[in-house]
Design a protein around this ligand. Structure first.
Ligand code: PGA
Length: 243
């Protein structure tokens, strides 16, 4: 399975920086699928700047409806029109800051699929949940209720306590959770569950990418902070195993 290296810019970035960044990442190695998820306002500019490259473009959220009276929200077909092929849904920052439930995330994944976008559904436990021994149960519950029946997309495991902290889990913890997620996906989706890339996210940096991406259970990375520097994202992509 080809690995996916996805950059999540979060609420960073300006129009003026897009062209230089896009030029820099055009040199990315071609043994991985590279994806950039900038803020909505940069999608169209990125789409132009990445034309002719194999680098894909994603958004960071979408609404569960195709259109409607939802001030401040954005619909999946709008993202597709702006050049996105992917959309992150259910990131823990949205679950926490916007009270998004698993049902909301599921509706967003359905809307993304209906618009022809590949959803990247994020799951992950908090530190308190891990300390209480509930991590696997929490993640399994998120998968059960966040993924639609016909789900064909990407899953990202991002332990909340590892995001932006510089403190990723151990390789053994990542491997164990990814094994749990794979089993849950197969139980839920049958053979389709075998084909889903399971990304790891949370403090992935050039210095730890090789060991995390070498784990056979890991199908790529969702990279926050380090994706803002093209050289760091390129180093992470280069660290992914070939074939
Ligand atoms: P981080 O963020 O790489 O800055 O920890 C990952 C994410 O939230 O997707």
């Amino acid at each position: 399975m080809r690995q996916i290296i996805a950059g999540n810019w979060k609420m960073y970035g300006q129009l003026g920086g897009v062209t230089a960044y896009a030029e820099a990442i055009r040199t990315a190695p071609d043994h991985v699928d590279l994806l950039i998820c900038p803020p909505f306002t940069l999608l169209d500019r990125f789409s132009t700047a990445l034309k002719g490259s194999a680098i894909a473009l994603g958004a960071q959220d979408c609404h569960g409806a195709a259109q409607g009276a939802h001030t401040g929200d954005i619909a999946a077909p709008m993202l597709a029109e702006a050049g996105a092929s992917h959309v992150i849904v259910g990131h823990s920052e949205r679950r926490e800051n916007h009270g998004e439930t698993n049902a909301d995330v599921r509706a967003k994944a359905v809307a993304a699929l209906a618009a022809g976008l590949t959803p990247i559904v994020c799951v992950g436990e908090t530190e308190a949940q891990r300390d209480a021994g509930e991590a696997e149960h929490v993640v399994r519950t998120q998968l059960t209720h966040s993924l639609p029946e016909n789900f064909a997309g990407v899953v990202a495991y991002e332990p909340v306590w590892a995001i932006g902290t510089g403190r990723p889990p151990t390789e053994a913890e990542v491997a164990a959770m990814h094994t749990t997620i794979r089993a849950a996906l197969v139980a839920q989706l049958g053979g389709g569950g075998e084909k889903i890339n399971i990304l790891y996210g949370g403090s992935v940096k050039p210095g730890n990418a090789a060991s995390l991406l070498a784990l056979p259970e890991v199908g790529g990375a969702l990279v926050g902070g380090a994706s803002l520097k093209p050289e760091d994202l390129l180093a992470i992509a280069a660290a992914a195993p070939r074939g």
